[in-house]
Design a protein around this ligand. Structure first.
Ligand code: SF4
Length: 345
């Protein structure tokens, strides 16, 4: 799909959309972009057409923690809190998570189970195996019933703005992203990715978040409530294969059981977790004196236990994919950073 031929006036653009879908990860950037989109929608008299969506990665996301009797919400919970802070009613906030049928029953399907079954990590290959099917496609599918009924009423395609928190400052790839980009154009729906906060700096986003007194995820700080931004630089999957080493060392310290599970997948499938460092090395480095202080250690919940059982079961079967990193049949591809993860910052 090509970029939008010209940048429209955002208020005029919002006025013409049948749905404005704000993607919220629980992180700072989706909230900032969402607030800007909501502002334009209000000026356009289109606030009642704004919805929010959170594509949950389940136990791979940062979970809730309780410290000194204070509970700090999970990424999913924070996405719902952010939705309300934007003025979107709970009925118009959608949370989607991938499921599949096992023995006649629909059960959650986790990213790490998928990786264990496939025998390959998402940094390999040109097509990112974690963002498209686990996020973009899930949100797209969640709106299909609405699209069907709206299309009948409209007698034509439903015009949808897909609001994302991507910003130019994050990476060269994101700098080159257009503020609008048409991603779907068919008889049912016309969808544009819209990046209202594209030109905002990280500092501006944090200043705005603090000035508005919006809650932020605990993972950004050295410990929950520290408000020092000395924690993780992103609120994404805790052990994102494309995260920087400091974020990964913090994640290993904060979620040691998740790190061990990733190391097990790495060991059994013989494919490194990350192109520049293995999970086993990260675990070893996280124990050194110069490793970042995790500040808090997550007490994993039932959804993690379910994922662990299903990962162990998957590793008893042969891999479904011949990983190039395992077989050495060709060069491994790295797409770079976490750029493909539209909902992760
Ligand atoms: S945060 Fe990383 S691992 Fe998780 S979906 Fe995004 S790119 Fe994939």
């Amino acid at each position: 799909m090509s970029n939008h031929p010209r940048y429209p006036d955002p208020v005029e653009y919002a006025a013409t959309r049948h749905r404005i879908v704000i993607n919220l990860s629980g992180g700072k950037d989706g909230l900032r972009a969402g607030a800007m989109a909501m502002d334009f929608a209000r000026q356009a008299g289109a606030a009642d057409r704004v919805w929010t969506a959170h594509a949950s990665l389940g136990p791979m996301e940062w979970p809730a923690v309780t410290v000194d009797g204070v509970r700090w919400p999970s990424a999913s919970e924070l996405a719902a809190i952010h939705s309300r802070a934007l003025g979107v009613s709970p009925e118009r906030h959608i949370e989607v998570q991938r499921t599949r049928e096992v023995n006649g029953e629909r059960v959650p399907f986790d990213l790490l189970t998928f990786i264990a079954e496939r025998g390959d990590w998402p940094w390999l290959g040109r097509a990112r195996t974690c963002t498209g099917p686990w996020k973009t496609k899930m949100v797209y599918g969640a709106f299909t019933p609405q699209v069907r009924s709206l299309r009948r009423d409209l007698g034509g395609p439903v015009l949808i703005a897909n609001v994302l928190g991507l910003r130019a400052e994050e990476s060269p790839d994101r700098r080159n992203r257009a503020m609008w980009r048409r991603t779907t154009d068919n008889s049912a729906r016309v969808v544009d990715d819209w990046l209202p906060a594209h030109q905002e700096t990280t500092q501006e986003v944090w200043e705005w978040t603090d000035a508005q007194e919006h809650p932020r995820h605990w993972c950004y700080d050295s410990f929950p409530g520290a408000r020092d931004l000395a924690g993780s630089s992103r609120c994404s999957c805790s052990t994102c294969t494309m995260a920087n080493n400091r974020d990964l060392l913090l994640a290993v310290g904060r979620r040691p059981r998740l790190a061990e599970l990733c190391a097990l997948v790495e060991r059994v499938r013989q494919v490194p977790f990350n192109p520049s460092i293995t999970m086993s090395e990260l675990i070893e480095r996280s124990r050194r004196r110069d490793a970042p202080d995790p500040g808090v250690i997550v007490d994993e919940g039932e959804d993690f236990e379910r994922m662990a059982r299903s990962v162990h079961a998957a590793l008893k079967q042969p891999p479904q994919w011949e990983s190039k990193a395992r077989t050495g049949t060709g060069p491994a591809q790295i797409v770079g950073g976490c750029d493909g993860c539209a909902l992760s910052a």
